[in-house]
Write a new protein. Sequence first.
Length: 441
Amino acid sequence: MTNGLQPVTREGAPERSASCAGSEVSSGAPRRILALTNMLPYPPTSGGQMRDWEVLRALASLGCEIHLLSLGQAEDLNGQREEILRVCKTVEVVPHPRTSLSNGRDYLGRLRVLPASLPYSVARFQSHGMRERIGEWLESGRVDAVLSNMAYPAANLPAALSVPLIVNCHNVEHLILRRYLQWERSQIRRAYARMECRKLENWEKEICSRADLLLACSDHDRAVMEKLCPRVPVAVVPNAIDLDRYVPSRQSDAATLLYTGGMDWFPNRDAVEFFVTAILPELRCLVPEAKFVVAGRRGPEEFHRRLAGASGLEFRGPVPDMPAEIAKAAVCVVPLRIGSGTRLKILEAAAMGKPIVSTRIGAEGLRFAEGTEILLADQPEQFARVTADLLADSDRCAALGLAARSAVEKHYGLPALRLALREALRALSREAIPAKRGARA
């Protein structure tokens, strides 16, 4: 190991093999998987981490042996090793500075890559240490496939791979920037975002076209990725949650509306500002006691200063128990205007039996029936009116919440994720991969 790093392993953990008892991976499919992540997936405190963690848990339950390589800081493993090693055979953090795409102000970094074809959102994850460790793992012959959790870690892959590549597409990444362009008013930011969007789409197409399998969150995302990379199989592997962690409760503050999400992610900030400036004033005319609570990581101070003093708004910051926070809400709102993938915040609210009002982009890709399992509204006045009507009708709140919980149980529990992954891995048999690689060479 040329960089002196040592992976943390499970002491005395038995090697999994093709004959492993209880294994459900089909014959010939990859079992030893090198998983690459931008940050440790545990503890899962963001939507991306939640997807990564549940996918890794599901793979392990199917009999796969997971070797986790993550960018971050050594101290990130403090207190997390034991839980991660319940799922992964080994875990290693490759030192890399933390950067936030929408919270940081790395103007020098953005300028440095401006003339290059590589988008800034990818360049910030390039790591010499990660490239070295990936190369060493591949040379060792101890892995059967590489799983890149999101396309970004794939920036560190060698030009040629001797094993199949799976890309877990949390989002269609360039689509987020394309939607951002619809709402940004600054001409300078629009010009920069338009250029970054083109670069990102080209890069996303290039890296995903190298893959042997893409995992998409929804039928919507699968259709987009099939158009972007027509020669690569795309499997729908839904976002899923552990329903045992969510116990529905009808006890709530009758006037509390809740939005969950970190304010260090721009789409979440845009959703909150949209609600506070365009929806909440109208809503409080209809329901004066209405209170809008935001639970999640803080964002830039400038953002919080801009909304300071808004009537009826409360930022609670990170909360130790999100299900308990959701339980307090009368209605969960998802006023997203920018995004891709599917929203775990909706799955969590539904699992708690809460009525949900969302924009169509917020609910995009989710198998929820409009009107009976979720309410949709895109215009501010309509959103305010629909939410006010719910606050005044506890019976309808209960019915919507019950139906939403049933939808999650049917489509987005861990069994659904596990089944989808098992079916997806069948596409990666030892017989099929060489033929596909040769066809794309």
